[in-house]
Design a protein around this ligand. Sequence first.
Ligand SMILES: CC(=O)N[C@H]1[C@@H](OP(=O)(O)OP(=O)(O)OC[C@H]2O[C@@H](n3ccc(=O)[nH]c3=O)[C@H](O)[C@@H]2O)O[C@H](CO)[C@H](O)[C@@H]1O
Ligand SMILES: [Mn+2]
Length: 350
Amino acid sequence: MALLAFCKTPAGPVRVTRLQVVLYCFLFFLIIYFLRGRNIAVSIKSPRLIVHDLGKSKERLKTHVSTKTTAPPMPLETSWGAPLVWGDSSKSARRRAKLAEREIRTGLVALVVGTYAKFVRRFLLSAETYFLPDQMVTYYILTDNPRTLDPPVKLGPGRKLTVIYITELPGWSRLTYRRMSLLVDTIRSPISKEVQYVFCADVDQEFVAPVGAEILGDLVATLHPELYGMPRNTFPYQVEEFSVAHVEDDEGDYYYTSELYGGKVSHVYMLAHACSLLILQDQANGVMARGLEESYLNRYLINHRPTRVLSPEYSWWVSDMAADVPVQRLVSLGRQCGALDQDKRDKIRC
Ligand SMILES: CC(=O)N[C@H]1[C@@H](OP(=O)(O)OP(=O)(O)OC[C@H]2O[C@@H](n3ccc(=O)[nH]c3=O)[C@H](O)[C@@H]2O)O[C@H](CO)[C@H](O)[C@@H]1O
Ligand SMILES: [Mn+2]
């Protein structure tokens, strides 16, 4: 009855029959049914909200919500023709086989200041097992406390460790101004005289599966696991113009992580040199980009597209937002532990 009353037309000169009232009601419920059906259809997948970019631009976060309905594809090439590397692809296997015949020496640089000393052994031991196995590798550990590596880690044949003493104060916010400059200095001497390729990695990482010669290229960058397969408008580029890392709306292909990048020594030198200048420029103006060092790296890589792009297999961490990858190869303990409670931290030893 209540329904019938709801459907009743207002009293007036127009006479409405009982049949018309029933028809109107039927039409009304039909419309409601279709509208509800559409709502259900769009809310099956919950939106992946990007909360990565340091909480500095809440406005941007609110607008950049997107749905991800299927696993991202695994393309083997970027839009500009650079290889996109998945370790188990036949292309990667061919490249490993080809480079195995050459005498290549590669450097792996990591900064170890203050409390990050607790990560260095695990980093080096895992690299001994998985980083360019059977190749010649020199580790360059830049540290404020060389005794951290006493007694030294036992290395395999063809592997070397160079410990470089630096006078730096700990803290990410401070070191973010310094890391690129330190890399420039270290490439000038001794890296450029000793190796052909160099990779720069965060020390709070662990190699958990092979990272072979498939990664070697002129300028190599790694896709950020939380942003791989996401639309361009979710990338936490520096959108505000106060910083020289500023990115225009129509720029940028991918968002790269600062956890691992590298390439031929001359290319990495140019990258580090350009980024350190951008950082100095912002520092002189008393500003810092929203993604810190990662913003400057992304700015540079827009102007100088990498010649080889590593899939998120090579920079991964446990996160609701991380893309699915066939094999996790290099895992960031720092980034994944930041998001976990103490219980889970203990379980995965971070
Ligand atoms: C872009 C991004 O998401 N940045 C965050 C993420 O950065 P990151 O994971 O990029 O920062 P991080 O703390 O791992 O620092 C980068 C690297 O600098 C070296 N290092 C850093 C600090 C220090 O006191 N001693 C030292 O040696 C070390 O090699 C480390 O791996 O996580 C950090 C905390 O872990 C901060 O929340 C950063 O804002
Ligand atoms: Mn890190």
